[in-house]
Design a protein around this ligand. Structure first.
Ligand SMILES: *[C@@H]1O[C@H](CO)[C@@H](O)[C@H](O)[C@H]1NC(C)=O
Ligand SMILES: *[C@@H]1O[C@H](CO)[C@@H](O)[C@H](O)[C@H]1NC(C)=O
Ligand SMILES: *[C@@H]1O[C@H](CO)[C@@H](O)[C@H](O)[C@H]1NC(C)=O
Ligand SMILES: *[C@@H]1O[C@H](CO)[C@@H](O)[C@H](O)[C@H]1NC(C)=O
Ligand SMILES: *[C@@H]1O[C@H](CO)[C@@H](O)[C@H](O)[C@H]1NC(C)=O
Ligand SMILES: *[C@@H]1O[C@H](CO)[C@@H](O)[C@H](O)[C@H]1NC(C)=O
Ligand SMILES: *[C@@H]1O[C@H](CO)[C@@H](O)[C@H](O)[C@H]1NC(C)=O
Ligand SMILES: *[C@@H]1O[C@H](CO)[C@@H](O)[C@H](O)[C@H]1NC(C)=O
Ligand SMILES: [Cu+2]
Length: 614
């Protein structure tokens, strides 16, 4: 490892110079549908900028200004843009998530994203924050360079990874969030992509140190990454420099980033495989045709043969929790305020499977939460005005906040917080379904003295994580699972941080125009009432619960495990959904899929409808 040992004053001077040289990067992008065939297996429409896809990697320096004009050229879709990981300190209204900090941009309208690149550096990305839209390609890396990077390298390569669905995002979403998918089985992607293609080629020269910046821009599945016969050393996670850690492979959840140093070979005798693999434990069903591993190429010499697939053996387990930030940032003090969130998946009375924090599934408000805060004057400090269905928590300025997330679900959830990085002070292993573990503040492992810091962390099945951060960034900050299917199911909370301090922030006219053009009220509580902010009449709320004492999932699991006759399950579903049943055949077919995914082989049921399997 080659570490720069520069004297602090010089580093500071360099910083000042780069400050004074702050540049303004102006982009004019129109998002439109573009024909592509990302994995070479299936053509689909993706979302390009100015007719081009993949979208451009954006490279900036700390302190630069970004002025990005986004015109929505998608004829019948709203859009938005989030810069994942950027603090947006002072510009909360540029953060992007629709109905949280901004109004969705309607077709033909233009929104100006105008912000200063913060005092952060490393690997970030930008993506649509409108439904599962980024799955259709509206996402790309965003790299912040800095003169005081603590490691040296000869060249950098930005390598995105993702999962791809052959169908368009709205079709996949529609097939997922329906009563015909009562277990909430996530749609299975068709393929893995690296750098937005299959069989990606990455060129290496001899005797160089490369900084490879990995970003998982996928919608759903975490990935393992490993390189044949090359050592990889992690130096940055989610924009935080860490003590170099050599690993056998990377494990990247959606939303996460890792920069690694890789030393290239001294000869060009051979080319090498760079592999990616699905974390298949996240998949409810593994279709026969799904390839779990994908081969990509590190090419030293194009005239030599391409590498064969490489399979990692005897790899040492990798746990993000063991990464230590380089800056020796100490464990934050005992919290002033604790938010405890219990994660659960269950069905509501419409038969759809939802995700809950403390029994509340996130439902977007009528007025974007930031606009409620900006228009509520002194009442902005009351969490109730933000609505009863967004899991709003008001945070006091400069408090130390502790977020405890207990997983009462068997899924793996990469949780992401906007506007901050957090310390990860506890991260449990996975537990069995019949033995979920919650965090116990009186009985836990010791906290690390210098905890891992990042903006997206994986919560293990039936386990817990405990996070801490300081509320020093006034804003409305979304906290949500980055598995987009779980976000669509409502796995989100909203932190209302220092709302009175936030009121000093003044969005531009353009910001308000985009709302008005899209018919969205720009003041009032979650329901759009402004005369009485505590009157939430007409607010958006979650569907009614299932009838008393009835859980659909429980019944299905019980009956499947006892191999009960299909007819029995069918009638219970019918009972649960009551009069919402319109299409018996669809439900019947979906049950076949559930039975299959639970390992029940029923020969005559092979002909499962496409929409239930995706
Ligand atoms: C990628 O490589 C695999 C074999 O590893 C092959 O089956 C597939 O056709 C290749 N795809 C493209 C687009 O070249
Ligand atoms: C776009 O947003 C507006 C305002 O929320 C909404 O009425 C409209 O249905 C949205 N359009 C689509 C295609 O979702
Ligand atoms: C968008 O604007 C163009 C002209 O500027 C117009 O022809 C088109 O009809 C508009 N489309 C929509 C959906 O409003
Ligand atoms: C972007 O914001 C800065 C700071 O508020 C302002 O000076 C500048 O005029 C804005 N740019 C545009 C194009 O509106
Ligand atoms: C930028 O952040 C670093 C620590 O990450 C800190 O040492 C430095 O003082 C900050 N600079 C400014 C101008 O805030
Ligand atoms: C990824 O693909 C783009 C073109 O889409 C190319 O410019 C870039 O160099 C590729 N990245 C790597 C690491 O090969
Ligand atoms: C969620 O609802 C269940 C059942 O009604 C109840 O036992 C539990 O205490 C609730 N959890 C929270 C955090 O409110
Ligand atoms: C935001 O800016 C304020 C004032 O400059 C500063 O005290 C605070 O530390 C910043 N927060 C973050 C997360 O950068
Ligand atoms: Cu999740």
């Amino acid at each position: 490892m080659i570490f720069k040992s520069i004297l602090l004053p010089i580093a500071y001077l360099t910083y000042l110079i780069s400050q004074s040289a702050a540049e303004t990067h102006t982009f004019h992008y129109t998002a439109t549908w573009v024909d592509a065939n990302p994995d070479g297996m299936h053509g689909k429409k993706v979302i390009g900028f100015n007719g081009e896809w993949p979208l451009p990697e954006i490279h900036v320096n700390k302190g630069d200004r970004v002025e990005l004009y986004l015109t929505n050229g998608l004829e019948n879709k709203n859009t938005s843009l989030h810069f994942h990981g950027l603090f947006q300190n002072g510009t909360n209204y540029m953060d992007g998530p629709e109905f949280v900090t901004q109004c969705p941009i309607k077709p033909n309208d233009t929104f100006l994203y105008n912000f200063t690149v913060p005092n952060q550096s490393g690997t970030y990305w930008y993506h649509s924050h409108t439904g599962a839209q980024y799955g259709d390609g509206l996402r790309a890396p965003f790299i912040i360079h800095s003169d005081d990077e603590p490691y040296t390298y000869d060249e950098e390569r930005v390598i995105s990874v993702s999962d791809i669905y052959h169908k368009q995002y709205d079709e996949v979403t529609a097939g997922f969030k329906t009563r015909y998918n009562p277990t909430g089985a996530e749609p299975i992607p068709q393929n893995l992509l690296m750098n937005d293609t299959a069989n990606a080629t990455i060129y290496f020269d001899t005797d160089k140190t490369y900084l490879l910046r990995f970003v998982n821009m996928g919608l759903f599945v975490s990935q393992y990454i490993y390189i044949e016969d090359h050592e990889i050393t992690i130096v940055e996670v989610d924009g935080i420099n860490v003590e170099p850690m050599q690993v056998d492979y990377l494990y990247i959840a959606v939303g996460q980033r890792y920069s690694v140093l890789v030393k290239s070979k001294s000869n060009t005798n051979k080319n090498y495989a760079i592999m990616q693999k699905f974390d298949d434990t996240m998949l409810d069903v593994i279709p026969q045709e799904l390839k779990l591993e994908a081969l990509n190429y590190i090419i030293y010499d194009e005239s030599k043969s391409k590498p064969e697939a490489y399979h990692k053996k005897d790899a040492e387990l990798f746990d993000e929790f063991n990464l230590k930030p380089l800056d020796n940032i100490e464990l934050l003090d005992e919290p002033d305020f604790r938010v405890t969130l219990d994660v659960l998946m269950d069905n509501l009375g419409d038969g759809v499977n939802y995700a809950f924090f403390n029994n509340i599934t996130y439902v977007p408000p009528i007025v974007p939460t930031l606009l409620t805060a900006l228009s509520a004057e002194d009442d902005a400090i009351h969490s109730s005005i933000y609505g009863s269905n967004i899991n709003a928590f008001v945070l006091q300025p400069d408090d130390i906040i502790e977020v405890v997330v207990n997983n009462k679900d068997s899924g793996r959830h990469p949780f992401h917080l906007h506007g901050h990085v957090f310390q990860v002070i506890q991260k449990s292993q996975a537990f069995e379904d019949d033995d979920p573990q919650s965090y116990d503040e009186n009985d836990h492992d010791p906290f690390p003295s210098y905890p891992l810091i990042r903006d997206t962390v994986t919560l293990e099945p039936n386990g817990y994580v405990v996070l801490r951060f300081k509320a020093d960034n006034p804003g409305i900050w979304f906290f949500h699972c980055h598995v987009d299917w779980h976000l669509e199911q409502g796995l989100a909370a909203v932190f209302i941080e220092d709302p009175l301090g936030l009121q000093l922030q003044q969005p531009s006219d353009n910001y308000y125009e985009v709302c008005v053009n899209n018919g969205i009220p720009i003041k009032g509580n979650a329901a759009g009432n402004y005369e009485n902010l505590f009157d939430l009449t007409g607010e958006n709320v979650q569907p009614e619960p299932l009838p008393e004492g009835f859980t659909l999932k429980g019944y299905i699991a019980f009956l499947v495990s006892t191999l009960a006759a299909l007819y029995g399950i069918y009638s219970i579903i019918q009972y649960g959904l009551e009069d919402s049943i319109q299409d018996d055949q669809k439900i019947y077919e979906n049950l076949q899929a559930i039975l299959k995914s639970n390992g029940v082989l029923v020969n005559e049921f092979n002909n499962v409808d496409e929409t239930t399997r995706l």
